[in-house]
Design a protein around this ligand. Structure first.
Ligand SMILES: [Zn+2]
Length: 264
């Protein structure tokens, strides 16, 4: 994440009708209950016009705090909150005109109160971009078995029970093996047409996707059809803009006891 931003020179500003230097950056406006990180280890190689597997070393944390990358936190640190609601800098000709993120109402998004995550799952890929195998490592000590979110144990995912789900094989996973199973390593096969088969990228096993869960879960929004809303109006809310009825259900209850037709 580039909190500092990148400068784009000679950007045509619609408001000023002239070319200016701007700074562009990406900040987070809200934090999801479940954060899925795709490591993009299979990429298209424009030299060979084939897909390559990237198996280089990538270490990832078991605990994540995304607050330093969130909009409000960065704005607060830079003392910019409530200063430039239109996104135009007072300072003409500045290189850092910044537009606040806007939703359909052009209002600021609500500030999220929790940005903490722990790793709860990894999909591992072994093989090349063309042929390989996937399996999953999952923290199975969740739901009612999970340490309370306000205890220090909550973040200690390495202390929880992990399992490997590998086709028909399901077995306990020793978390100390995370590094060798998931971090990947460069075997020096990058670049060039080394073999008669061409360069398909390096072969090996490494994490392909990471699944993190939020420390404090937001309630789940479950859509309710209009007839049901009439029959059982208790607890049913209505979104005027989207014209839909919904219920807010506690995350654990929603995940473990209800089969929703739609999860947000
Ligand atoms: Zn301008």
């Amino acid at each position: 994440m580039q909190v500092e931003g990148e400068v784009i020179n000679e950007y045509h500003c619609e408001t000023c009708k002239k070319k200016v230097d701007i700074s562009k950056r990406v900040l987070l406006s809200s934090s999801p209950n479940v954060l899925v990180v795709h490591l993009q280890r299979i990429i298209f190689n424009f030299d060979t016009f084939r897909n390559d597997k990237i198996n280089s070393l990538f270490e990832f944390p078991t605990y994540l705090d995304l607050k330093p990358y969130s909009f409000y936190e960065v704005m607060r640190k830079e003392n910019r909150l409530n200063k430039n609601p239109t996104g135009e800098d007072d300072n003409q000709g500045s290189a850092t005109t910044e537009a606040a993120p806007q939703n359909e109402d052009s209002k600021m998004p609500e500030e999220d109160d929790c940005w903490e995550y722990k790793l709860v799952g990894v999909t591992v890929h072994s093989g090349t971009a063309n042929a390989g195998h996937y399996w999953s490592l999952i923290n199975t000590q969740r739901g009612h078995a999970e340490p309370p979110h306000d205890s220090p144990q909550w973040a200690a995912t390495e202390a929880d029970q992990w399992m490997e789900f590998n086709d028909s094989t399901v077995r306990k996973f020793n978390f100390e093996k995370l590094k060798e199973e998931c971090y990947g390593e460069d075997k020096g096969t990058s670049g060039g047409m080394e073999s008669g088969w061409g360069n398909f990228g390096s072969y090996g096993k490494s994490a392909y996707m990471l699944v993190y869960e939020r420390r404090i879960k937001k309630p789940i929004k479950i859509l309710v059809n209009p007839e049901e809303a009439k029959r059982e109006p208790e607890g049913v809310l209505y979104d005027e803009k989207k014209e839909e009825h919904y219920r807010l259900v506690d995350y654990k209850t929603g995940v473990e006891e209800i089969e929703p037709s739609f999860i947000y």
